[in-house]
Every structure is written in C-alpha cells, then in structure tokens.
Design a protein around this ligand. Structure first.
Ligand code: DC
Length: 213
C-alpha cells in the first residue's frame, strides 16, 4: 500500500504522514529531507546552488544516514532545498531513491511535492494537504518560537509565500495537485481532526481502488 501526501510548506503534511505511517505500520519518507540534505552538502562543499551538474553529483553521493541531522530542519536548509529542487538533474537522482523506497514489500507513506504526480503516480491513495499561507505561517512561527528561534511572524509568512511561488512555478515537477488526489484543507482543523480526516480520505480512496480493481 503506497500513500502519497503532497502539499506546500508547513501545511501539516509531514506530521500527518508520520501519524498515517504509524497507523498503518508503513515506513515513512519525508522527501523534503532529501532536498534539504543536498542543499546542506552543496553549501558545505562550496557548490553553487545554480550549478545543476555539480548538484546532481552531490545528490548521487548523498548519505541517507545523515537525514536525521537537526540542521536540516532550519529555515536556511528549507530555502537551500527549494533552490536545489529546481534542477531536473537533481530530481532525477533523487527519484531513483524515492521509487526504491516506495517499492518495499509492505509499501510506504511518502510526503513531498511531487509524490502523487511523478514519484508514485500509481499510489493507492493520494492526498493534497494544504492550508492558507497565513495559517501555515502562524503554525511555523509557533513551532520556531517553541524551539527558541527569534523571528517575526511576517518574515515567516514572506518566506512561505516565496517558497510557494518557487515550488509551484518551477518547470521541473512543480507543486501541483494530482488530478486523482483528494484535497485536505487543514486551515480550520486541529492536528487530531486533520489526522482523522486524512484516515477517512485514505480509507475512501482504498475502497474506491478495491472496487475498481
Ligand atoms: O517539505 P520541505 O519543506 O521539507 O521541502 C523543502 C523543499 O524541497 C521544498 O521547498 C521543495 C523541495 N521539495 C521538492 O521539490 N519535492 C519534494 N518531493 C519535496 C521537497
């Protein structure tokens, strides 16, 4: 069983994907971490974030054991990730790893931007998780404040808008809802309510798939 969960930055898809994976006892891959790690490694090696060929090499050498690095969760890493993610050569390298992860015996939950459209177009259930930019910025701001990071909410909102724009308008695998994905708008939902709604939508997608098959 493969579950694809896509959506913009801070939509809650990561938290939901983790809980959904736990619920179905499936492995989970936060694919944003792959792009974040490529950005981190490129900066550490002095590779320019617009040098597609060198970035693809960095992606090829990525050590997945380093994906739990807390540094990858910072806003700077998110920004670098969004820049490296524009390059088709980088995406091609990471696509192989993501498809391999999804092809495990029991399946997987993957969250990102292009899981339902490009990585796993035949996923059993596809969710497109979103919320208004203001609500996403508020959530991210509270999360950062909780970690003791001193930043203005307006700056977080500006960052989210810039990333939305870059992720949705790039030529290579832009952030877009797959035609067969179901929309989950978490703007007015608590995390528990969003989780219950996600399970309902997944169960409905699975029974539709069962009926069709
Ligand atoms: O989900 P995130 O905020 O950790 O993702 C960081 C960046 O990586 C995001 O701005 C765009 C890119 N990304 C992508 O292009 N495709 C994915 N499947 C996941 C992330």
């Amino acid at each position: 069983m493969i579950i694809a969960m896509d959506g913009p930055a801070a939509s809650g898809k990561g938290t939901l994907a983790k809980r959904v994976a736990l619920h179905y006892s499936l492995p989970h891959l936060d694919t944003g971490l792959l792009y974040r790690a490529v950005g981190r490694d490129a900066l550490a090696r002095g590779v320019a974030l617009d040098d597609a060929e060198a970035l693809a090499q960095v992606a090829s050498g990525l050590q997945v054991a380093t994906l739990d690095d807390p540094e990858l969760r910072t806003a700077g890493a998110g920004e670098a990730a969004s820049q490296v993610a524009r390059h088709p050569a980088v995406r091609a390298v990471l696509l192989t790893y993501q498809r391999h992860f999804a092809s495990g015996e029991v399946g997987a939950v993957l969250d990102g931007r292009d899981i339902g459209t490009v990585i796993c177009p035949d996923a059993d259930a596809k969710l497109f998780v979103t919320a208004t930019p203001e609500v996403r910025a508020k959530r991210r701001f509270l999360e950062l404040a909780d970690r003791g990071v001193d930043v203005a909410e307006e700056a977080v909102l500006a960052d989210i808008r810039a990333r939305d724009e870059r992720d949705s308008t790039r030529g290579a695998s832009p952030l877009v809802q797959a035609p067969d994905a179901v929309l989950l708008d978490t703007t007015n939902l608590s995390i528990d309510a969003a989780f219950r709604a996600a399970l309902d939508l997944i169960e409905a997608a699975m029974s539709r798939a069962g009926r069709a098959g």
